[in-house]
Design a protein around this ligand. Structure first.
Ligand SMILES: NC(=O)c1ccc[n+]([C@@H]2O[C@H](COP(=O)([O-])OP(=O)(O)OC[C@H]3O[C@@H](n4cnc5c(N)ncnc54)[C@H](O)[C@@H]3O)[C@@H](O)[C@H]2O)c1
Length: 321
């Protein structure tokens, strides 16, 4: 298991615990490093006083419940040893109940189940943030934030994707998932390998990262791309390929920030639900900024984040990385 702390320039590093199988533990380390960097930009672009981090528990075999508990307890001790420099929550493979296990070893844990005083799953605010980004993107691309009559393809009908689908009543919603059990008869269905190239107004990546690369960009069937999946581009240079194809892509670290914004506002800022949700809705204004800047959306979002990171850099002598 490992914890990556990418930046503490704006405050303590935050980032969830990813627990999944990797062919080699070094692949898990790569994931931790890449995802912790993305968390730095996510927090900075959302104007949060937090830095970027990530934990990975890299599995080489399925765990018994006892081993899983022991692994979480060890991670809790590791987080405790960082003394508040790194705060965690759930990510792929972990949930609020796991956070309760970590909390037995360290206070630096969020998203405990609601009955234990936490804010529970962050999927709802994440979906609210994606919808705010989607409406802002639609204003830029289609001249109106209404999605009535538009075709929206959602890839990944998990906790966030299924919530986004529900909030688009006037749109033609086409959904897709590698798990056939996620097929919801309320929506049209497309096989996962067809989702990206299905002709649509909007494509919502809500499953895995690495969706866009030089091979897949020519196949994209939508004009606007916005979704919660982390690290959607195989490389930063792919952002320009999307621009060249006339596709408006909203950077994932902007669109997916709702969960972090809400949880930190509630659990650290002690704001009310309504005030925290207002901050999530402000993702729409960030998207406006990112889509009206001089560069491509990724450059504009990174510039916004890096400008905040530079302005608030720690005094010399204090490690920020
Ligand atoms: N939940 C949050 O608060 C949150 C916050 C920020 C970012 N994200 C990111 O958003 C994405 C979705 O999050 P979630 O919580 O809904 O996850 P989830 O695990 O609940 O759902 C993901 C869904 O994608 C499906 N899937 C996996 N591979 C696929 C593929 N190749 N094609 C189509 N479907 C596929 C899975 O079967 C699953 O139904 C993830 O990448 C996650 O890291 C989530």
């Amino acid at each position: 298991m490992m914890i990556a702390v990418h930046s503490r320039a704006l405050g303590p590093a935050v980032g969830g615990v990813r627990m999944r199988h990797y062919a080699d533990w070094r692949d898990g380390m790569e994931d931790a490093l890449r995802l912790s960097e993305a968390m730095t930009y996510k927090c900075a672009a959302a104007d949060l006083a937090f830095g970027g981090g990530k934990s990975v528990i890299a599995l080489d075999r399925p765990l018994t419940p006892e081993l899983r508990q022991a692994a979480l307890e060890d991670l809790g001790d590791l987080i405790a040893s960082l003394d508040g420099s790194y705060l965690t929550g759930p990510d792929v493979g972990t949930g609020p109940a796991d956070m309760a296990v970590l909390r037995q070893r360290t206070p630096h844990v969020f998203c405990l189940p609601e009955e234990q005083g936490g804010t529970g799953s962050s999927s709802i605010p994440t979906a609210v943030g994606v919808l705010a980004a989607l409406r802002a993107g639609a204003r830029h691309v289609f001249g109106s934030e209404s999605l009535d009559g538009r075709t929206v393809v959602i890839s990944g009908m998990g906790s966030v994707g299924s919530l986004v689908a529900k909030e688009l009543p006037g749109a033609r919603v086409i959904v897709s998932d590698v798990d056939p059990a996620r097929r919801d008869p309320a929506y049209e269905w497309v096989e996962p390998e067809e989702a990206l190239r299905t002709p649509a107004d909007v494509f919502v990546p809500a499953a895995v990262g690495g969706v866009f690369d030089p091979r897949t960009v020519p196949e994209v069937g939508a004009q606007l791309v916005v979704g919660p999946a982390n690290n959607q581009l195989a490389a930063d240079s792919v952002a320009e390929l999307l621009v060249q194809r006339g596709i408006t892509w909203i950077p994932d670290f902007v669109a997916s920030a709702g969960g972090a914004v809400y949880t930190l506002a509630r659990e650290i800022g002690h704001l009310s639900h309504d005030e925290a949700m207002r901050r999530v809705e402000a993702i729409g204004s960030t998207v406006d900024t990112v889509l009206t800047g001089e560069g491509n959306p990724l450059e504009n979002a990174l510039n916004l984040a890096k400008e905040r990171l530079t302005r608030s850099a720690l005094p010399a002598g204090e490690a920020s990385r």
